[in-house]
Each structure stands twice: as structure tokens, then as C-alpha cells.
Design a protein around this ligand. Structure first.
Ligand code: GLC
Length: 490
């Protein structure tokens, strides 16, 4: 691998530490940090949403307007996350709102325009900041137009000519589909005929524009990179990913052990580390604290936890029909998360039916998420699809065995007990059915009740896994260097 240092503009719609709605934000913080640790010059860019608490501390670097039509006025502010600079694109009409993407479960009607502007501004600001990155790294649909604009708008501009782009696919179910009318703020769409973004005669998809125009593409796990080349796995974009197959790789996300580490976690009543005694004592204290917090009996029965957005993606439609049968056993189960109100209502009904065994916490609660990861014995992730998934990796770090469906990054990160018990780190099932999930939860429960010492051995083995970001960051560096090869070949 080449050792010369690169400069990288990492463009995302959210970043943990400033503002977060999902796993993308975790990656947007941890990956730049890990690249920084490898001596690369990385700078993050996100919109200056007014929900960012530290916004008032930000330094104003630039007050300007887009050089291209429609010359929208904007400012660039700067904050730091550790040593990593974060540029915030401040444009009040677009980002001074109560939320990032949606209110009351309804997306903002001008999201197309908001993220088209954001993508344009990320590139427009570069010469004005006197920053010429080697790589612009886009993430998901919100920034899909960044690689597109780099080629279409700036392809022949000498300042941009040697910048290469990469796009990471965290979740291809969201494509950023908008009508040409909605993206008229970019002159590139005035013709209403842009084949490398079009998904019909009237609409474009920002993700497609990113995938077809980026120099390199990566999925957030090797299995997801394979799945994206199928109709089902890409949710209808297989052709585009197949076209780009030789530039598409899978890189498994890492774990930010500075945030998710039972040895240092400030949310836990007792910290613990990967040794048998410490783990047993720590997890038992955390289980007690979790039971108290949830108003469940403080007893030694198997505790199953789940923390997720309430969406079909997370497999709640497999869990809900399985719950009634499962809760007949001597178990406790907690689900923490917000989202789809229909799923929330179903979960509430089950909680009313089994008040002494099942708790549903309809909230996004980071502190409780940490306590569930530590206090549960098993962690549920029966996802319908999962590009990478991070909670299964966190749960392993806490010695909590993930029960996952073998898709995407779940398949790449969890070793099933029945396949090879000596190297097991959890339980894997494949059929997308409530029955398959139920059987797997029962497999785990049976082991817990019949051979508890064995569960503890497997938990310890899970704790000893190392999903460090440094390794993933090295793979990203290789990807960047391969994107830059086209320059030396030119
Ligand atoms: C999305 C995916 C999730 C992945 C995360 C970070 O939230 O759904 O699987 O872990 O992005 O890449």
C-alpha cells in the first residue's frame, strides 16, 4: 500500500457527536477519526442543522454564494470533533428547521432541493477554502450528487481535475428519488434528460447518480457488496451495481471502542473486561440495573434485548408474531426504539399482555441502549436486510450474544453456535420467517438454561473479537489509492 498521505473531504448528512439519526452518523465520526490516526488529512462536511447544539461555538470561515446559478448564499462554519475539522454548510432556508429530514414521519417536501444544494456547496466551497482534497468521499443518497457534479460540472476545471470520488452505500433502500422539477436548482437537470441519474422519464435518483459517477464504490460489508448486485438486495438497482462491479468492494464497518467499551462505559453501574470473572460480575450488575430501570423482577432468567429504529428493515415483522409463543417461557425481553407508529402500537399491545416479561421503550435513549447492550444475555437483530449493522458488533464487545439473520454485515460479523461452537460468537438463522427466528431464540434459551457455563464461554469469546476501525480505515485507504490510480495512468 502506498504510504503518502492523502487529503480527504468526507461528506455525509449526519455525524455522531454533533447530530445523529442512525448508524451512518457513527461511521461518519469513527472512520474519519481512524483515517486521521493513519496520518491522513480528513475533514468532514455536514449541513449546519440548527439541531446541532454546538453550532453557536462554530467559527465562521466563509460567507459566500454558489459560483454557479442560482448563486445561493451560504456560509461555511467550522467545529472540531477531537482533532478532525467539521465544515458545516449553513444555509438558513434549508437547514434552520426542527429536524434533519422529516417531521411527524413525513419527509420535508423540498429534500431534493436541500440535498442538491448541499452537494453543490460541498464542492463550491473547496477553492474558496483553498482546500484541494485528493478524495471526496460521499455517503448514501443525500450526497449522491457529489460524484455526479464532480464529473458533470467540474470535470474540465483544473482545480477539480485530479480529485477522485468514492461513495459508500450504507443503505440502498433509500435512493433519493425526486422529480426533475424538484431539482431544478441544479442547471444540470434543466434538460430533464440525464440518463446517468434518471430512473424514469420524470424522475432521478441521487443514489444512482452517485453510483454511476463515483470513481470507486463501497458497500459497508462484503456480503452487502454481493447483495447489491441482485435485484432484491439492491432494492431494484442491480443493473447499476453490476455495471460498476469492478469498482465495487465491501468493507465491514468497525466498532468505535471509545464509545462502546464495557471497561470504560460511564453508563454502566459496574465496568468489566474480557476475563471470565470480571465479565460475569459486570454483566450480572448491569442486568440488575437494567431490570430495575425497566421495572422487571430482579431474577436470574435469560434477558433478550433489542435496540433499533422501528422499521420493517429491522425484522420486527418476524419478531412480533413470535413473541406470544416465546414469552410463555421464563424470560425477559426489552425493545428500545422509535419509528413506525403501527409497529409501536403492536409492541405496546404485547407489553400490556406480558407486563412482567416484556417492556417496550418508545424512545431513542443512548444511555439505555448502553445498559441493554451490557445487561442482556442475548441481543436480537433479525433484520430483513442489514448493510452492516453496528449493534451486533457492540453487543459482542459487551459479551451479549447477537441473534441475527444471516444477511449483509450480520452474516460477515457473527459466527453461529451450531455451525462451529468453538468459534461461535452468537446465533444465525436464514429463513425470513417468525418461525425461524423463534426457533433460534429457543436454541439460545435452551443453551442458557441447560448449559449456562457454555453460554459464558461463548460470551467471553465474543468479547475477545476485535472489529477495530483501524483495519477498516486501512482498507478505505487502499480504495482511495486505487481511485487515484486513474490519474497516474492518465
Ligand atoms: C445504515 C445501515 C446499517 C449500517 C449503517 C452504517 O444505517 O442500515 O446496516 O450499519 O448504515 O454503515
Amino acid at each position: 500500500m502506498a504510504t503518502n498521505n492523502l487529503s480527504i473531504l468526507f461528506v455525509a448528512s449526519e455525524v455522531e457527536g454533533l447530530i445523529k439519526s442512525g448508524g451512518l452518523a457513527d461511521v461518519a465520526k469513527a472512520l474519519p477519526e481512524a483515517l486521521h490516526g493513519l496520518q491522513q488529512d480528513v475533514r468532514i462536511t455536514i449541513p449546519a442543522y440548527n439541531g446541532i447544539e454546538r453550532l453557536s461555538e462554530a467559527e465562521v470561515l466563509l460567507e459566500t454564494q454558489l459560483t454557479s446559478w442560482p448563486h445561493t448564499e451560504y456560509r461555511v462554519l467550522r467545529l472540531y470533533l477531537g482533532d478532525t475539522p467539521v465544515y458545516l454548510i449553513d444555509c438558513q432556508p434549508y437547514f434552520n428547521r426542527p429536524s434533519m429530514y422529516a417531521e411527524n414521519n413525513e419527509a420535508y417536501s423540498d429534500n431534493g432541493e436541500r440535498f442538491a444544494f448541499f452537494s453543490a456547496a460541498c464542492l463550491d466551497m473547496l477553492p474558496k477554502l483553498d482546500f484541494r482534497p485528493d478524495i471526496v468521499h460521499a455517503n448514501d443518497w443525500h450526497t449522491g450528487l457529489v460524484p455526479f457534479l464532480l464529473k458533470h460540472r467540474y470535470g474540465s476545471d483544473p482545480f477539480y481535475a485530479n480529485i477522485r470520488s468514492v461513495i459508500s452505500i450504507h443503505n440502498a433502500v433509500f435512493k433519493g428519488v425526486f422529480s426533475y422539477d424538484e431539482v431544478q436548482c441544479l442547471p444540470e437537470f434543466h434538460s430533464r434528460n440525464v440518463p446517468d441519474a434518471a430512473v424514469s422519464s420524470t424522475h432521478i435518483a441521487m443514489l444512482k447518480a452517485g453510483v454511476l459517477n463515483a470513481d470507486k464504490i463501497n458497500a459497508v460489508s462484503p456480503t452487502y457488496a454481493e447483495e447489491l448486485q441482485t435485484e432484491l438486495g439492491s432494492h431494484g438497482m442491480a443493473w447499476e451495481f453490476q455495471q460498476r462491479a469492478k469498482d465495487l468492494v465491501g468493507i465491514l464497518n468497525g466498532c468505535d471502542y471509545s464509545a462502546w467499551n464495557p471497561k470504560t462505559d460511564a453508563y454502566l453501574p459496574l465496568n468489566y473486561e474480557p476475563s471470565h470473572q470480571s465479565m460475569v460480575e459486570g454483566k450480572s450488575a448491569c442486568k440488575k440495573a437494567l431490570q430495575q430501570r425497566l421495572n422487571l423482577a430482579e431474577k436470574d432468567c435469560a434477558m433478550f434485548g433489542m435496540v433499533c429504529r422501528l422499521t420493517m428493515q429491522k425484522g420486527l415483522h418476524y419478531l412480533l408474531p413470535a413473541l406470544t409463543d416465546f414469552l410463555k417461557h421464563d424470560v425477559q425481553l426489552v425493545v428500545v426504539g422509535t419509528g413506525d407508529p403501527v409497529l409501536a402500537t403492536h409492541l405496546e399491545e404485547v407489553a400490556e399482555q406480558f407486563p412482567d416479561k416484556f417492556v417496550f421503550v418508545d424512545a431513542y435513549d443512548n444511555e439505555l441502549a448502553h445498559l441493554v447492550e451490557a445487561g442482556a444475555d442475548f441481543f436480537l437483530m433479525p433484520s430483513e436486510f442489514e448493510p452492516c449493522g453496528l449493534n451486533q458488533i457492540y453487543s459482542m464487545a459487551y459479551g451479549t450474544l447477537p441473534i441475527v439473520r444471516g444477511v449483509g454485515g450480520l452474516k460477515d460479523s457473527v459466527n453461529d453456535y451450531d455451525v462451529d461452537s468453538s468459534d461461535a460468537t452468537g446465533f444465525v438463522f436464514y429463513d425470513p420467517t417468525p418461525q425461524a427466528l423463534l426457533l433460534t431464540m429457543l436454541r439460545a434459551l435452551l443453551l442458557y438454561t441447560q448449559n449456562n457455563a457454555e453460554v459464558k464461554r461463548v460470551q467471553l469469546h465474543a468479547m475477545q473479537q476485535d472489529f477495530c476501525w483501524r483495519k477498516a480505515a486501512e482498507e478505505y485507504l487502499e480504495l482511495y489509492h486505487s481511485a487515484l490510480k486513474s490519474i497516474s495512468l492518465a
